[in-house]
Design a protein around this ligand. Sequence first.
Ligand SMILES: *Cc1c(COP(=O)(O)O)cnc(C)c1O
Length: 518
Amino acid sequence: MLNRQIRATTAGDSARLEVETFTSNRGLALEEGLIFEIGRAEVTGVDLDEPAPFEPRLGGLERKDPIGLPGLSEPETLRHYVRLSQKNYSIDSGLYPLGSCTMKHNPRLNEAVARLPGFADIHPLQPQSTVPGALELIEDLAHWLMTLTGMDAVAMTPKAGAHGEVCGMMAIKAAIEAKGEGETRRIVLAPDSAHGTNPATAARLGFEVRSIPARADGTVDAAEVERLLGPDVAAIMLTNPNTCGLFEKEIVEIAAATRNAGAYFYCDGANFNAIMGKTRPGDLGVDAMHLNLHKTFSTPHGGGGPGAGPVVLSGRLAPFAPAPFLRRDENGLRLVERLDEAPYSLGRLAAFHGQMGMFVRAYAYMLSHGADGLRQAAEDAVLSANYIRASLNDLMSQPFGDRPCMHEVLFDDAWLKPTGLTTLDFAKAMIDEGYHPMTIYFPLVAHGAMLIEPTESESKASLDLFIATMRDLAMAARRGETERFLGAPVYAPRRRLDETRAARNPVLKWTRPPPQPV
Ligand SMILES: *Cc1c(COP(=O)(O)O)cnc(C)c1O
């Protein structure tokens, strides 16, 4: 910092100045240390009286040393968290084209409704008789989820898509065991293009995962599935539209073959945004499918925070749904908590019945859109992705040929080969342009994959600027202006991090650095 440095790099025709500032701030983007680094244990933002003398009743277990928490004044605390929040790129900051994640706008109407005291201030341990409205909302949401998917039941407990997969696959396992086939049906089929959570879920539940190779056109071949099916197969896990952004055309044949072989069909519903209001998975022969409310139904993605991934189930699997679940009888709605009322239930997956805040937001989204609005959201999501595809495919290569996609468009790195640049270099240069990169290197079936999902919530102007930026970058890459990519990101607060080391050797605990010799 004291050694100020000015370095000029020439990238094509635009000379760039990179200045290292005294403060490490860049313009108005301020550096921020960890709270442990900036806080001081002897400082606090509150002024409490010393406690009156008292007799400890902890039997000598009370803490003797100072707890050492970092203290900050109120303005310091406020600035710390505001600066941190400004480092967080979000859908409220700009276009967020992360494929397979459906980073759509979170309507503020949802937030207003979720903050109504009747929803926000209730507690899961309150007697059920005091929250009939909340139970009714959950029942209504469940009704519309079943209606949209054409399925017979829905488990509302799961906290995320991956948790929904576990729930659905546990229901399948319970169904197989109820038929006395638990020992023989040990295999789960999943295509090469599957999201990592699919094989991870199957393996976690003790199944052996066998992969279905992708066809040259990026979809699954029903004949190939039929060849792999047998009395040892428990289930197939398939995403539709798949992670290449393509609709699995033979899904009905695949479902029928799976059922005929005595196995179950788990559909990964993360991409439901592409088909909502157009196609019902129940009509396609699906047995279980999770819905990521934070993808299709516009609830915030959170940082691994409160999420919801309800799982819709076919009649074949409904008896195995987890407890608790809602039942309406002569006394009205109630949660069935006791397993003697649900003898086939797979049991309890979590302490409470789902995430109320997410349910309210998703329900508000459905009601404010209506059936026509939900269908239009799916249509516009597909239209936006195809607009990007058609606007970039003269410069960038598509792994499975030039044909329409669903809600996300997949490019590979074949077009980058002659430039010597990688998908990672291209993605890093997008950060300098103010764009969060698309999903890269997933799905694994495309070499150097770039998966772009704009969603329906971007305006045409926003898509046009994104396309123009991508074209500018692509042409620079083709012209051999490698400096613009290899050094990127130049304008981000941090440059290239060692992501592999961070993942392999995560340092999650701050330790006080040793005192520096004077
Ligand atoms: C997002 C996603 C998942 C996992 O969902 P989470 O809610 O993140 O746990 C599973 N499969 C696919 C295809 C996804 O895109």
